[in-house]
Write a protein that binds this ligand. Structure first.
Ligand SMILES: [Zn+2]
Length: 381
């Protein structure tokens, strides 16, 4: 076993979780279907060389992306504001007007459409889990329901974006190398991934899920790109610490090999993470059990990956899940089977406790509850 980013062999065990749903974002039509989803084991390892974390038990054969996969974050106002600022920044930084932008793993194409609208660029998106048929989705955006194929991109794109995709790839360096071999010297690349340091340092433990076989730190993200023949122009921490972004381009010079900044602290926080994970899951498990015994109704706000992993790790089965994404409402949580409802359903359910899966959305959630005339206790997970 070697680190998939730097090839290092000094790997430390961090965490083992048995039999979690392979797809947190799978839409399940019935509780039975939800309980019968495919499962896989997680053995999270930490590389002492580049501080990458990855699931050493990951089996890519279990993971096949299809149109049943739904993970848009664009329903939240907070996320839209972040994405809006990002499209403006990219449009300006890369002077995209009348030029071509490619997005790899474009999902429903919302970001690409917004980026093209903000910049005057034309866009070509690729995603095997895209829910519509291949074709134009607006005047200036085409989406292909497949992986990136260079033959479908005329000329040299100004920018290739790839957001929340690389953490799903079990061999990121060959993936990036193959992308790099198709990228012209003047094409810029922009990547965004979850920030593993947020997960391990700030207790974002519900972000550890089977679909994410790799967990990048700023250091390991740089190393992955360097080893694949890119130069990273800058790596930044964004979205309240939860994401990492990387701007880069293919390198004309031969890489001199991985260089690491001072990351002693990254190694230290990872070492403490197993304890943090155990303590935190125990706390919530006990809390939900007490709520159930007291007959208090619990709603989990957030039917995305965080909510699904929370319920699969500590849920009692009695909870109801709230999600503002209409595509998730009426469905059931993968692995545990709780129903997913719209916020307005809480008017009747009148929960005593609402567990906020992502603290970034706390104000937004409190205000929605207020509009419904509800004042339940809020608990940040
Ligand atoms: Zn490594």
């Amino acid at each position: 076993m070697m680190c998939p980013v730097c090839g290092g062999a000094e790997l430390r065990p961090v965490l083992d979780i048995a039999q979690v749903p392979v797809f947190c974002n799978q839409l399940c039509d019935t509780p039975q279907e939800a309980l019968a989803v495919a499962r896989g084991d997680m053995s999270i390892r930490h590389c002492a060389g580049c501080h990458h974390l990855f699931n050493a038990a990951f089996d890519s054969k279990l993971v096949e992306y299809s149109p049943k996969y739904e993970n848009t974050l664009h329903c939240s106002g907070q996320f839209q504001r972040y994405a809006g600022a990002l499209t403006g920044e990219l449009a300006e930084r890369y002077d995209l007007a009348k030029r071509c932008v490619v997005e790899v793993g474009c999902g429903n194409g919302q970001f690409l459409r917004d980026l093209c609208a903000a910049s005057g660029a034309h866009g070509i998106g690729f995603d095997p889990s895209y829910q519509g048929p291949t074709g134009a989705v607006s005047d200036n955006v085409v989406i292909h329901r497949q992986r990136l194929a260079r033959a479908l991109v005329p000329g040299e794109p100004a920018l290739i974006c790839c957001r929340h995709c690389l953490e799903h790839v079990d061999e990121p360096v060959p993936f990036l190398r193959s992308l790099g071999s198709e990228v012209a010297p003047h094409t810029r690349v922009f990547f965004e991934v979850p920030n593993a340091l947020y997960t391990v340092r700030d207790g974002g433990i519900w972000d550890i899920l089977y679909e994410h076989c790799g967990y990048f730190t700023a250091g390991s993200l740089r190393v992955a790109f360097q080893r694949a023949g890119f130069e990273a122009d800058d790596v930044a921490v964004v979205f309240a610490g939860q994401f990492l972004t990387l701007h880069g381009h293919v390198s004309s010079a031969l890489s001199t090999g991985p260089t690491l900044n001072d990351q002693v602290s990254e190694g230290a926080v990872v070492a403490e993470f197993a304890d943090l994970y155990a303590r935190k899951t125990q706390t919530y498990r006990e809390r939900l059990a007490r709520e159930r015994e007291a007959g208090r109704r619990v709603a989990i706000w957030g039917g995305g990956t965080k909510g699904v992993m929370f319920l699969n790790t500590v849920g009692t089965g009695d909870e109801v899940v709230v999600d503002i994404n209409p595509k998730k409402q009426g469905k059931f949580v993968a692995g545990t089977g709780q129903p997913i409802v719209a916020p307005k359903a809480l008017s009747e359910l009148r929960p005593d406790l609402v567990v906020v899966m992502n603290p970034v959305y706390r104000d937004e959630i409190a205000s929605t509850l207020g509009e419904l005339g509800l004042t339940p206790e809020l608990l940040e997970a």
